[in-house]
Design a protein around this ligand. Structure first.
Ligand SMILES: C[S@@+](CC[C@H](N)C(=O)[O-])C[C@H]1O[C@@H](n2cnc3c(N)ncnc32)[C@H](O)[C@@H]1O
Ligand code: SF4
Length: 290
């Protein structure tokens, strides 16, 4: 199937839009982002719209993925303008998968309804853990209660949603409980990422706290076991039948993108748009799976 998607005859694209703003910067994260007190600035949306307008590659699109950074910081009006521009530049095949990554404490019922009305049909929630100590260790701005609230709100409105978790963050004894709470919420899709200690992040200095390979594997397998009726279709991704992410399944199709550092626009699969400073990105694919 990938072959067909990538053949010169049928060159469907998956659109990745990177939103490089976060209200607080997590000390383990080296994705491209900068601090923003409130919503993503208008200057970003304007530049992104210009970049989409200048795109002249394959135009049949299967999916749109707003990744970050924190796409839930995009104002509804900004999303509206972005969608209007995407519709001018792309033809969407059938019902495209349209995902937005959200931080739990940005989620309210009204905002989630607005996302639905705008055509977003999949939310990826950055929960990471349901335990206060782990969330504090990771420097997250949400607590366990707001993570749970966000999941319940999203589950009540969206058929298709994902919950991101991080394993290997101390205290690791909480991992099975986080998994149990996850299963109880029945998210259609779960992504589990082992905590990495990236160069240039504050966590680089804490490398000695990293779990050994054996523990890493044990935690990874625990997720697989607890999420036993999910299909483990990619290294970090598990889905209930029919809920594999189309965005994850498509292979990268490099596209040109304008801007100061256009090379980061088309990232290779398996890498992440991390430390490279970047312009607003209209990429053929996002590089990290969700
Ligand atoms: C870069 S974030 C963007 C979405 C959103 N801002 C959030 O934090 O949930 C996407 C996912 O990357 C993962 N991630 C980022 N840095 C990581 C690291 N050093 N180790 C493991 N996972 C990481 C987290 O699970 C996070 O949910
Ligand atoms: S993990 Fe998410 S919220 Fe935290 S700094 Fe990275 S992109 Fe921002």
């Amino acid at each position: 199937m990938d072959m067909a998607i990538n053949s010169p005859i049928q060159r469907d694209v998956g659109i990745y839009i990177h939103v490089p703003y976060c209200r607080t910067l997590c000390p383990y994260c080296d994705f491209v982002k900068q601090r923003s007190r409130g919503q993503a600035p208008e200057v970003f949306t304007d530049a992104l719209i210009r970049e989409i307008g200048a795109y002249d590659g394959p135009a049949l699109a299967q999916s749109v993925f707003f990744g970050g950074g924190t796409p839930s910081l995009l104002a509804p009006r900004a999303l509206e303008c972005i969608f209007a521009t995407l519709h001018r530049r792309f033809t969407f095949a059938g019902k495209p998968e349209v995902t937005l990554e959200a931080n739990p404490d940005d989620v309210s019922r009204d905002l989630a309804k607005t996302w639905l009305d705008l055509g977003i049909n999949r939310i990826s929630l950055g929960v990471q853990s349901f335990h206060e100590a782990t969330l504090r260790h990771l420097g997250r701005r949400h607590d366990a209660a707001s993570a749970l609230r966000a999941c319940e709100t999203i589950a009540s409105l969206f058929d298709n949603w994902n919950l991101d978790l991080i394993f290997g963050a101390p205290p690791i004894e909480h991992w099975p409980d986080t998994l149990a709470r996850t299963v109880a919420l029945r998210p259609p899709h779960v992504a589990t990422y082992g905590l990495t200690y990236e160069p240039g992040t504050p966590f680089e200095r804490r490398r000695d706290q990293a779990v050994d390979d054996e523990t890493w594997l044990r935690l990874y397998r625990q997720a697989e076991e607890v999420l036993g009726d999910y299909e483990h279709y990619e290294i970090s991704n598990l889905a209930r039948p029919g809920f594999q992410s189309r965005h994850n399944l498509m292979r990268i199709i490099p596209v040109s993108a304008r801007g100061p550092t256009h090379s980061s626009a088309a990232c290779a699969r398996g890498t992440t748009p991390r430390t490279t400073p970047t312009s607003p990105i209209l990429g053929g694919r996002k590089s990290v799976s969700h």
